[in-house]
Design a protein. Structure first.
Length: 257
């Protein structure tokens, strides 16, 4: 299990939010922590510890008046560690190459591939043609509806009709290099991981998957390792001391090593 760090940018600032509260209208979200440091500072820190595979997520839509400030933060992080970070948020076949040229190791995509509630196979092909499957990460972030978990898009606000199942994971793994999965209902709450999601993700052996959502302490980390069969990587946001939480950054690295 590898620790994959994050840089979440919203309204031009690096911050941690409660995922389920994010709204495009008014660029609103319940905030857990707003950093005085910029994206480049975090990128340099992650570079110092050689923590590859981390991600920068732009949480404002392109239509937002805050988008350019958010994008500038993200680009500064990429410039601080060329080839060390992935980037997501509003990525499509047209702009994906420019983010790779700006220093991203891979691009992370959800909404462009899941349109109108369904998998847009044409868009997925356009992306693989534009950047190659080896430079593409599919963000399969999900929320529970009934007894199942469904992929959600548009900053976790819209449900698709695509369930997170071993069959879905196996099919989509043919078109990308890895998955990033936020359990959006747990994101930012530090109240424990979504164990049902973790069990499904752990069925996919030999393919990189990073789980995010709900880790609040080292006990949660060990639960993830156990239920995830030590196959999943992990992102920790609000619980990390870098973002005001109780888990010491260096201790997390050691625990995941």
């Amino acid at each position: 299990m590898e620790f994959r760090p994050c840089i979440d940018v919203h309204n031009g600032a690096v911050k941690q939010i409660v995922g389920g509260t994010l709204r495009d209208s008014g660029d609103r979200a319940q905030e857990n922590f707003v950093s005085e440091k910029d994206g480049a500072w975090f990128a340099r820190l992650y570079r110092k510890y050689n923590l590859k595979g981390g991600h920068v997520i732009m949480l404002n839509p392109a239509s937002s008046p805050c988008y350019e400030a958010t994008k500038a933060q993200a680009l500064s992080a990429l410039a601080a560690w060329p080839g060390g970070l992935q980037i997501g948020g509003g990525i499509n076949a047209d702009n994906a190459p420019s983010f790779l040229e700006a220093g991203a190791d891979r691009v992370i995509v959800t909404s462009y591939v899941f349109r109108g509630g369904r998998i847009a196979w044409d868009n997925l092909k356009k992306l693989t043609d534009a950047v190659g499957s080896d430079r593409l990460v599919l963000d399969l972030s999900c929320r529970r509806r009934g007894g199942d978990y469904y992929i959600v898009t548009d900053r976790w606000q819209k449900f698709t009709d695509t369930k997170i199942t071993p069959e879905t994971l196996e099919t989509l793994s043919r078109f990308c290099s890895e998955f990033l999965v936020h359990a959006a209902d747990a994101e930012g709450k530090q109240a424990g991981i979504e164990t049902d999601v973790v069990r499904i993700l752990a069925e996919l052996d030999g393919f990189p998957v990073t789980y995010a959502g709900g880790v609040g302490n080292f006990r949660d980390l060990e639960t993830l390792r156990s239920i995830g069969k030590n196959r999943l990587n992990v992102t920790i946001g609000s619980a990390l001391d870098l973002f005001g939480g109780p888990m010491r950054f260096e201790d997390v690295i050691a625990a995941c090593g």
